[in-house]
Structures are given as structure tokens and as C-alpha cells.
Design a binder for this molecule. Structure first.
Ligand code: NI
Length: 186
């Protein structure tokens, strides 16, 4: 089943998620739904709070929604920045987008390399050092678990412009639904 993805500025996206206490059937079902929803929306990563479930679980598949070859599910993930591999910079700046942030992409600065500690769906602890796109994606998804979006990491100016655009869009939608008098809709 495909779940609804919360959209900014939904205040629930700011909520901090709770650790998963045990890998129950419910958690396994949620993991499957999360992966399916990620693929349906053509994403490469999704966090449980984005579908209104405030538990610390994320899915990632860098092979993309067409191939679906590399699904990773992490429970209670924790990231720790690592020194970069030789020749790499400490930080990377790449353009990010998010299924919860409609019609927007912006470059964001992230650690190049991080150590991931998490539980797998088998309940076993795992530890991996990751770099580049995988590292960026993990940092983006783990941010969601703390109620943070990539637009919380861009400049004030860019954020202001985006917020203006969203406000206008919401007003237009409300006017369409007859919730606002026409002259206020612009
Ligand atoms: Ni996101």
C-alpha cells in the first residue's frame, strides 16, 4: 500500500521521531510500505516521519525506482562524521530535492563521509562507513528523523524566496477551493 507523503509546510515534518523499541510485525510492514511509497514517488530515500509515522526508520535505494536493486532499510540510524578518504574534501555540496518539499531543489553542504550505526530489519546491529551520494542521502534522511528538512540548511535568502513561492501557491489553492475571496488570491 502506498502511503501519503506529508508536504511542507505541514508542521508534522518538524516532529522528532522516537526510537524503534523492537522489530515487530508492524515495523516490518511499515518498512515494506515505506519502500513501496518511495518507489511510487520515484525517490531514492524516504524517512518514516514523511508518511506520518514518527519512528526512527529510513529506506534508501540508490539504484532508483526503475531498478529497485539496492534497497536498504535502517532502524534507529546514527551518523558520525568521518575524515574524508585521501584526495576528497571534508564537505560536499550537491543539489538536493525531497518528496516532502514540492517543486524545489537546492544545493546543500554535507559531510563527504560518515559512519552509520543502525539496526537492520533482522534486529542485528550494523556499522558501515559510507561516502559520496550514499553519505549525502543518509544525512538527508536522518535529518527527517530530527524534524529537519534540507531547506533548513540553505541560505536565509533562498529559504525566504521558497517560502514566498509556497505561500502564493497555498493561497491560490485556497482561492480555487473558494476558501478565500478572489481579491486576496492574486
Ligand atoms: Ni527528504
Amino acid at each position: 500500500m502506498n502511503l501519503e507523503v506529508l508536504q511542507y509546510p505541514d508542521p508534522r515534518l518538524k516532529r522528532k521521531s522516537e526510537p524503534v523499541a523492537a522489530i515487530t510485525d508492524e515495523i516490518l510492514a511499515l518498512a515494506a510500505q515505506l519502500a513501496e511509497t518511495m518507489y511510487e514517488h520515484e525517490g531514492i530515500g524516504l524517512a518514516a516521519p514523511q508518511v506520518g509515522r514518527f519512528v526512527r526508520m529510513i529506506t534508501i535505494d540508490l539504484s532508483g525506482p526503475d531498478k529497485r536493486e539496492a534497497l536498504q532499510v535502517y532502524v534507529n540510524p546514527v551518523l558520525e562524521p568521518l575524515p574524508p578518504l585521501e584526495g576528497d574534501d571534508d564537505y560536499l555540496e550537491t543539489e538536493e530535492g525531497c518528496l516532502s518539499v514540492p517543486d524545489y531543489r537546492s544545493s546543500v553542504k554535507r559531510h563527504t563521509r560518515v559512519r552509520l550505526k543502525a539496526l537492520g530489519l533482522d534486529g542485528q546491529p550494523l556499522e558501515r562507513d559510507v561516502t559520496d551520494l550514499e553519505s549525502i542521502c543518509l544525512q538527508h534522511e536522518c535529518d527527517h528523523l530530527d524534524g529537519k528538512l534540507f531547506i533548513d540548511r540553505i541560505s536565509r535568502l533562498k529559504r525566504g524566496l521558497y517560502d514566498g513561492k509556497i505561500k502564493k501557491k497555498l493561497k491560490a489553492e485556497q482561492a480555487d477551493q473558494g476558501l478565500l475571496p478572489e481579491q486576496q488570491a492574486e
